[in-house]
Design a protein around this ligand. Structure first.
Ligand SMILES: CSC[C@@H](O)[C@@H](O)C(=O)COP(=O)(O)O
Length: 350
């Protein structure tokens, strides 16, 4: 595996008796790790966005389930498995849109088929959780390699939210090509949308890319159209939280706007995501559950109220981009485009 030299703090670290978690709510002011010791700690960290980004949520939830398994005092395998299934359902309820969460929990539960003892189950589940994190790093690096083939030196690329290193095991998805490009002296400038209301673009994407010395410029979301026109943006790349069987893609709210702008300005709009973000059980994007978060994310800024008390608020955290607006979905297995339904079928049967 080729390694890059950049070093961004790792978002999730397994410590055997707890999880050490980079508190993404405090970045960029403070780089601080939390200790998650109970399953409730893990649920709360995911729900409150202390860890966020589809793959990182999946990794955290798997370590959470491993922690619960190690702490379990059951005397029969049946009781142990029943407790684990309840814990898995509980963790899955922390956030509804990113399918990587359920994907990771299901993978852990599946690895317990045919276990002969509780001790064996505990060893297997910890091993599988660690494996999910190790694999995600390699998967993201491969996504970066494939993504790099659609860019040229001198490109100016727009992105939204944070689909970077701290949203995954390493490298990120949409941001992975920028790290690889930097290392190979390929000159790409990034324009990061601030990503209202939680500001993942302003707080996290700029923080990450600046540490790797990638050329990044911050804009507010409402500046996207003007920036594409005036700065001659060459393409847009985003991450994903769930991709339906027809390629419709849920990602951070505002992504759909960017896809429409890409069409207007005739520039390619790419989605970068691992296979663990595909949900082939869902026919199209209309069936993707869209998380609605609390109104204070919109009515307050840093704890200060900016909207009248009692105002009605609609706060969907994600939107769905129809696949016909997507120039290519970049995965660890390569780039698919065109007839997404067929291409996705092939992706899962090759
Ligand atoms: C590699 S992360 C991909 C997506 O999870 C990311 O773009 C995103 O929308 C994250 O939303 P968030 O609400 O911050 O978890």
């Amino acid at each position: 595996m080729t390694k890059t030299n950049y070093s961004i703090p790792q978002s999730v670290i397994w410590k055997e008796d707890h999880i050490s978690l980079l508190d993404q709510q405090k970045i960029p002011q403070v780089t601080e790790y939390l200790e998650l010791r109970t399953i409730e700690d893990v649920w709360e960290a995911i729900q409150s966005l202390k860890v966020r980004g589809a793959p990182a949520i999946g990794i955290t939830a798997s370590f959470g389930l491993a922690l619960a398994a190690l702490q379990d005092k059951s005397e029969s395998i049946e009781q142990f498995l029943s407790n684990l299934s309840k814990t898995s359902d509980y963790l899955a309820s922390s956030r509804p849109t990113a399918v990587n969460l359920v994907w990771a929990l299901d993978r852990l539960t599946s690895c317990l088929a045919n276990i002969k003892s509780i001790n064996e189950a505990k060893t297997k589940i910890v091993h599988e959780a660690i494996q999910i994190q190790i694999e995600d790093e390699e998967v993201c690096r491969l996504i970066g390699e494939h993504a790099l083939t659609v860019f040229n030196s001198g490109d100016r690329v727009m992105t939204i939210c944070n689909a970077g290193s701290i949203a995954t095991a390493k490298y990120g998805t949409a941001l992975a090509p920028f790290y690889l490009a930097k290392e190979r002296n390929i000159d790409i400038s990034v324009y990061a949308c601030e990503t209202r209301p939680v500001l993942q673009g302003a707080r996290l994407t700029t923080w990450e890319l600046m540490q790797a010395d990638v050329d990044v410029t911050l804009i507010t979301d409402s500046m996207a159209a003007h920036t594409i026109k005036s700065k001659n943006i060459t393409s847009i790349i985003v991450g994903a939280d769930r991709i339906a069987a027809n390629g419709d893609t849920a990602n951070k709210i505002g992504t759909f706007n960017l896809a429409l702008l890409a069409k207007t300005f005739n520039i390619p709009f790419y989605v970068a995501a691992p296979l663990s973000t595909f949900d082939t059980s869902i026919e199209d994007g209309n069936l993707i559950p869209i998380e609605e978060r609390h109104s204070e994310e919109i009515t307050t800024l840093n704890g200060i109220r900016i909207a009248p008390e009692g105002v009605k608020v609609f706060n969907p955290a994600f939107d769905v981009t129809p696949s016909e607006l997507i120039a290519g979905i970049i995965t660890e297995k390569g780039i698919i485009s065109g007839d997404y339904k067929e291409e996705i079928k092939k992706l899962f049967h090759s």
